[in-house]
Design a protein around this ligand. Structure first.
Ligand code: ADP
Ligand code: MG
Length: 671
């Protein structure tokens, strides 16, 4: 038989379990709307069961928060029917128990019940069972058995209830687990929601910043719009102004168009006129060209009339420190038309000591008269001299070879005439720089008529029948190697000097530089051999080439300007020392070349078949400037001094012979 337990203890145990069960879910945070349910509401939910269970003196229902759990209670009520038990057995059982307890042993005191919570209704006011007499032990035993049976039934009921409550606990635990799971899910959801909220916040922040930025931009844009509107207003104003201007311009344009149509008509007539003018111009050009050719022809005729061989005599002035010649020593008789005529005659008086009169008185001086193409007295300037030869120089541009010599004894003024005086004074500039300047300027003028000219200069020295370049530069300066005169090519008429520089020149400055270089070269040579310059011939040659591309005309001719070596003779009475012997050799070379020059001119004048050009380097080099088509001019330079009278006479006689020569009609070198 199972041990009997006090039903009160069982109830208490049940109450303890219920409390523990009731506490557990109260700690769970109920999600959603359930969380909002306050304890009062829960109390209300519980109320019916409370009411039902109060009779048992338990608080089971009060601790059950969930409605679902509460709903289970009524279902079990039917089965348990707890409240009914005390009503059926209450007064009788309690009295029996009290009696048994009083008689048998003292049990644990039943805790004082709160009013209204007692398991059994108080006996007070109830109908007590009828007391059996002490002797009615059987009756008492019967009562006790009944009581015991009642207690057993009650125990059984309580066990059942306990079982139910356990089941409820299990359910509640399962619910708690489910709720825990739900809670976790909800927590996770909450965390997710929070994260989403955070993200949303962040996005909101970003959007706020973006909004601010956009607002700022909007502000800027608005400012810009305002500016643009202002600008638009200005532009509209400007446009109005421009429209007004345009109107004005259109008005003017119309006026201009009217004027233009007038002008076009005028232009058409002007074009016609221009065409007529061009035609006229062409005819004029043709005529001009014809006139130019005619000028050349006439110019040449004039030169021929003047003589293809002309001799000018120039007497230099008496230099400071020189003894003045006696009056009448040199006379320049006037021409047939009187003093206005340029002088062409010269008289030289020579008193011969050997010729004395019988009375012993000195013989009257012998007068020697000479006549030349032109005579320049000592006072004549360089410009005056050049003026006389400028026309001849111009012939070289027309294609006639021109050769100008300066002949005379040393110190008579040949170099002065050819190159000029010392110091670079333009007043005393010689024939070479003046001739070139003249050529450059005439070539420039002729370029307007379609002629293009080029000039190439060379400058050589012939000493003792050797040729030396006076334009040598660098290491060859002053010691230029020997040069040879050669034909430019097989069968060519043109002559060229090997090892010599041929320098193209186009302006005065270049010519000046060349003359300066030649002077330097001669100065270097002078230190090596005293006064060689006066003992050598200096030949400046300019190759002139002209072309008229439009008409296919070409012309070429050399212009040669020669400063001859001193023509003085050696005094045969002088003792022949080593220096004199050298001098004699030089003099013989000079005399030989000068007499060859005379002979060449004679041969040319006599139209001899053989012209001895080859007899000297000088004539060989100059042969193209001396031939039949050439024009030649010889300056005979005379010293004004009486002591030089003998040499002066020699020079004048030589020049007179030359002057008698007439070289056949010159032919221009035209192609
Ligand atoms: P050459 O060359 O014949 O030996 P130069 O030309 O050297 O003679 O002249 C000798 C000197 O006479 C030089 O000092 C020169 O300046 C001077 N002379 C020559 N001709 C004239 C002249 N027409 N007017 C002034 N001085 C002159
Ligand atoms: Mg000289």
């Amino acid at each position: 038989m199972e041990p009997q337990r006090s039903p009160l203890l069982e109830v208490k145990g049940n109450i303890e379990l219920k409390r523990a069960l009731a506490k557990a879910p109260s700690r769970l945070p109920l999600p959603g709307s359930r969380l909002k349910r306050g304890p009062d509401q829960m109390e209300e939910d519980l109320e019916p069961e409370k009411k039902r269970t109060r009779g048992l003196g338990t608080k089971v229902a009060t601790s059950r928060p969930r409605a679902t759990a509460l709903t289970t209670v009524p279902q079990t009520q039917g089965q348990t029917a707890v409240p009914k038990v005390p009503r059926k057995t209450g007064p009788r059982c309690s009295a029996a128990i009290a009696t048994v307890l009083k008689n048998q042993k003292p049990g644990p005191a039943v805790p004082a019940q709160k009013p209204g919570t007692t398991a059994a209704p108080p006996a007070v006011g109830r109908k007590k069972p009828s007391k059996r007499p002490a002797w009615d032990l059987k009756g008492q035993l019967c009562d006790l058995n009944a009581e015991l049976k009642c207690c057993r039934e009650r125990t059984q009921m309580l066990d059942q209830e306990n079982q139910q409550l356990r089941n409820q606990l299990r359910e509640a635990q399962q619910q708690a687990t489910a709720l825990g799971t739900e809670r976790r899910t909800l927590e996770e959801e909450l965390a997710r929601m929070r994260a989403q909220a955070e993200q949303g916040q962040q996005e909101l922040g970003n959007l706020s910043a973006r909004v601010l930025e956009l607002e700022e931009r909007l502000g800027t844009q608005e400012g810009l719009v305002q500016e643009l509107q202002k600008e638009q207003l200005e532009l509209q104003e400007e446009r109005r102004g421009l429209a007004a201007q345009l109107e004005e311009q259109e008005r003017r344009l119309q006026a201009s168009e009217a004027a233009l149509s007038g002008s076009q008509a005028e232009l058409a007539s002007l074009r016609q006129e221009a065409a007529a003018q061009a035609d006229l111009l062409f005819k004029r050009e043709e005529r001009l060209h014809g006139l130019e050719m005619e000028r050349r022809r006439l110019h040449n005729q004039l030169q021929e009339l003047k003589g293809n061989v002309r001799v000018f005599c120039r007497v230099r002035p008496v230099l400071p420190g020189e003894s003045t010649p006696p009056p009448g020593f040199l006379l320049f008789p006037s021409g047939p038309s009187g003093p206005s005529d340029p002088p062409t005659r010269l008289s030289l008086s020579r008193s011969d000591e050997r010729r004395g009169t019988l009375s012993g008185a000195p013989a009257a001086p012998t007068r020697h008269d000479f006549s030349f193409d032109r005579v320049f007295p000592p006072g004549s300037g360089q410009d005056e001299v050049f003026e006389e030869i400028s026309m001849l120089v111009q012939s070289a541009l027309d294609g006639y070879p021109v050769c100008i010599f300066a002949y005379g004894q040393t110190g008579s003024g040949k170099t002065f005439t050819m190159e000029g005086g010392p110091g670079g004074d333009p007043q005393v500039e010689g024939l070479i720089p003046r001739a070139l300047r003249h050529l450059f300027s005439v070539a420039q003028e002729l370029s307007g008529q379609g002629w293009t000219y080029s000039f190439v200069a060379s400058y050589v020295e012939i000493y003792n029948e050797t040729v030396r370049d006076l334009l040598a530069t660098g290491t060859r300066k002053g010691h230029g190697g020997e040069c040879e005169i050669r034909r430019a090519g097989p069968g060519s008429e043109e002559l060229t000097v090997t090892n010599a520089r041929y320098v193209p020149v186009s302006c005065e400055r270049e010519v000046e530089a060349l003359l300066h270089l030649a002077r330097q070269n001669r100065a270097v040579a002078r230190t090596a051999q005293n006064e060689r310059s006066s003992r050598s011939h200096s030949v400046f040659q300019l190759q002139i080439s002209g072309e008229h591309a439009g008409r296919g005309l070409q012309c070429a001719a050399p212009l040669s300007l020669v400063d001859l070596a001193g023509s003085e003779r050696l005094d045969p009475g002088l003792a022949l020392g080593p220096g004199e012997r050298e001098r004699l050799r030089e003099t013989q070379a000079i005399n030989s070349s000068l007499s060859t020059l005379g002979l060449v001119i004679m041969a040319l004048s006599n139209k001899e078949s053989h012209v001895p050009y080859r007899n000297s380097k000088l004539t060989y080099l100059l042969q193209n400037s001396l031939g039949g088509s050439a024009k030649m001019l010889m300056f005979v330079n005379i010293s004004p001094l009486e002591e030089n009278v003998s040499e002066s006479l020699n020079s004048l006689r030589f020049a007179s012979k030359v002057n008698q020569c007439v070289i056949g009609t010159a032919q221009a070198n035209r192609k």
